[in-house]
Design a binder for this molecule. Structure first.
Ligand code: DMJ
Length: 629
């Protein structure tokens, strides 16, 4: 009745108002999205929050560009062209609790690549995923500018370090140079052998065109994954990824060595996860990580050397209840990172406990540790022998690297590292004749031996890394002297390749060089340590001689260890250029480490695995440095 009494104009106004309110309601509903979905569609993993490990803070995930095809021509190499976003499904990141929202510069990059997206969006599961995809399309500096101290000699950094985030965003991709192309060619040749004769097996036997098994887990393939990513070998990477997805099974009744499988398999999977953003690798890493945990069930909590990953049982070697000191103290970077990624603190707890225990043990000599530790008593055994070589080497490396990984807060690690380097100076450093090369010998029950393993050549790189991170400039000086020595271990030998072990002459003798080689020690296993250190030295000094030395080494590997039908082989005699006696084995670390460090050594791009954002594990698998508190 009242409606009828209203004028036409009044009725129109009321109808218009109703219509207006209805439209507003629809708009506000649609802009809310589907809020319930973000809860119910999320997996349990997705809903967990940050890991509650004291002193830990999640880092932004460090990411590199998708691998692209390196086609052999300098002009067409992907590094020359802008990075394209990788395709799904490989770009799916892990659960969102592992992810940190990209910093503002990522968002800006996202808008650069995809202007249709709104920047300031509310957080929703599906939107997070889009963001993640954009982020991994970019060679990314995603960890905030570091806290580290610039070394005085850091020429490359001074020359090339972007002055601001802006500069970093706008940086042109650094072209691949000819030496890097030669590394790619070498990698492809090695990979051809592996693919043709050893696909899915542990190691290639390039001469007999077959393979050897150690753990039966495709060791070479896993060790090489992140190298392929870094070298830009997309097709090879995709193929290997398929094998990991379809054929890599850890539920096997097989004994594996805890240390070797941690540094090669767990380390390789974690770094590939970080570089590619592909959650497949994280899932596999979790699986192997869990399967290795029984090793820590010992009376002392010092882990056993071997684990049966199918049965969940662990044991020491048959002849002893000792473990090797380097082995139990060089699994920390990987297990700590696994805790950070999964939010499950058990991994970190187990390995931190080992470090704490070793920190408090007696039996050290000015910070130098013996080579064995008993899994029952937790005490060092075989006291009195000190080396930076086999069985102790990476203990020292991981002291420094854990300290850096954790944001330089864990003082005990730094103390132990600094003390140990003083111990090296006091007990193990000597100079050879005639060239007065500084070398690291060994001490056995008070007697100095002028013996040095090639393995010790990791030390110049580690010392340089410490100096770069603010430790004393003395360490850099020592690094410079030692890398010269390591180079001479190649240069003074007939094939230009280093033997496994050298003995230095302490007294000048006519016709004798600094380096002497015993018949039992003259093999070369394609090891990485010298090129690893050359890489660090070049990054931190910009001195091209380090690149030239690495180039010589690569050429000699090609000359004496390359097998025409595919692959490279370790050799028995570095002193006989006319017959170096091929051993018929290509170690997985040749692809995991040696060729990767070569490629990085020849690069002038400090953002190609930026050492302020990544820390390499002892198998050359880069893991992110955590953001400091
Ligand atoms: C690799 O497995 C690692 O570098 C380890 O730390 C020492 N041995 C080999 C390479 O020589």
């Amino acid at each position: 009745k009242k409606w009828k009494q209203l004028s036409r104009l009044q009725r129109s106004i009321i109808l218009f108002l109703f219509a207006f309110l209805a439209v507003c309601g629809v708009i506000s509903y649609t802009s809310m999205g589907e809020p319930w979905k973000s809860l119910t569609n999320k997996s349990l993993d997705d809903q967990t929050t940050e890991p509650e490990i004291p002193g830990l803070k999640l880092a932004n995930p460090a990411v590199l560009p998708a691998p692209q095809k390196a086609d052999g021509s300098l002009g067409n190499h992907p590094e020359l062209s802008p990075q394209k976003p990788p395709k799904p499904p490989h770009v799916r990141r892990g659960p969102s609790n592992l992810q940190i929202k990209p910093p503002w510069r990522d968002v800006r990059l996202k808008t650069r690549h995809d202007t249709s997206r709104v920047v300031e969006e509310p957080v929703q599961a599906d939107k997070e995923e889009k963001t993640e995809k954009s982020v991994i399309s970019w060679r990314g500096a995603v960890i905030e500018p570091d806290q580290s101290t610039e070394p005085p000699s850091s020429k490359i950094k001074e020359r090339e370090k972007p002055s601001s985030v802006e500069a970093e965003d706008q940086k042109e991709p650094v072209p691949i140079n000819e030496r890097q192309m030669a590394v790619i060619e070498a990698f492809r040749h090695a990979w051809k052998g592996y693919k043709d004769f050893a696909w899915g097996h542990d190691e290639l036997k390039p001469l007999s065109k077959s393979y050897s098994e150690w753990f039966g887990l495709g060791l070479t393939l896993i060790d090489a994954l992140d190298t392929m990513w870094i070298l830009g070998l997309k097709e090879e990477f995709e193929e290997a990824r398929k094998w990991v997805a379809n054929d890599l099974v850890f539920d096997k009744n097989v004994d594996v060595n805890l240390f070797e499988s941690t540094i090669r398999i767990l380390g390789g999977l974690l770094s590939t996860y970080h570089l590619s953003g592909d959650s497949l690798f994280l899932e596999k890493a979790k699986d192997i990580g869990n399967r290795l945990m029984p090793a820590f069930k010992t009376p002392s909590k010092i882990p056993y050397s071997d684990v049966n990953i199918g049965r969940g049982t662990a044991h020491p070697p048959r002849w002893t209840s000792d473990s090797t000191v380097a082995e139990v103290t060089s699994i920390q970077l990987e297990f700590r990172e696994l805790s950070r990624l999964t939010g499950d603190e058990k991994f970190q707890k187990a390995v931190d406990e080992v470090m704490k225990h070793v920190h408090s043990l007696s039996g050290k000599n000015d910070g130098l540790v013996p080579m064995f530790i008993n899994t029952n008593s937790g005490q060092f055994t075989h006291l009195g022998v000190y080396t930076l070589g086999a069985r102790a080497d990476s203990y020292y490396e991981y002291l420094l690297k854990q300290w850096i990984q954790g944001g330089k807060k864990e003082n005990e690690l730094l103390e132990d590292y600094m003390r140990a380097i003083e111990g090296v100076k006091k007990h193990l450093l000597q100079r050879s004749q005639p060239k007065k090369l500084t070398f690291v010998g060994e001490l056995a029950h008070g007697h100095f031996s002028a013996k040095m393993d090639h393995l010790v050549c990791f030390l110049p790189g580690t010392l340089a890394l410490g100096a770069h991170n603010g430790l004393t400039a003395d360490h850099m000086k020592l690094a410079e002297a030692l890398i010269e020595t390591c180079y001479q271990m190649y240069a003074q030998v007939e094939t230009g390749l280093s033997p496994e072990i050298v003995h230095f002459n302490l007294h000048a003798q006519k016709g004798h060089k600094d380096v002497e080689i015993k018949p039992a020690d003259r093999h070369n296993l394609l090891r990485p340590e010298t090129v690893e250190s050359l890489f660090y030295m070049y990054r931190f000094t910009g001195d091209k001689k380090y690149q030239d030395w690495g180039w010589e080494i690569l050429q000699n590997f090609n000359k004496y260890t390359r097998v025409p039908t595919g692959g490279y082989t370790s050799i028995n005699n570095v002193q006989n250029p006319s017959n170096p006696e091929p051993r018929d084995k290509m170690e997985s670390f040749f692809l995991g480490e040696t060729l990767k460090y070569m490629f990085l050594l020849f690069s002038d791009d400090i953002d190609l695995i930026n050492l302020d954002k990544y820390i390499f594990n002892t198998e050359a698998h880069p893991l992110p440095i955590w953001v400091p508190a």
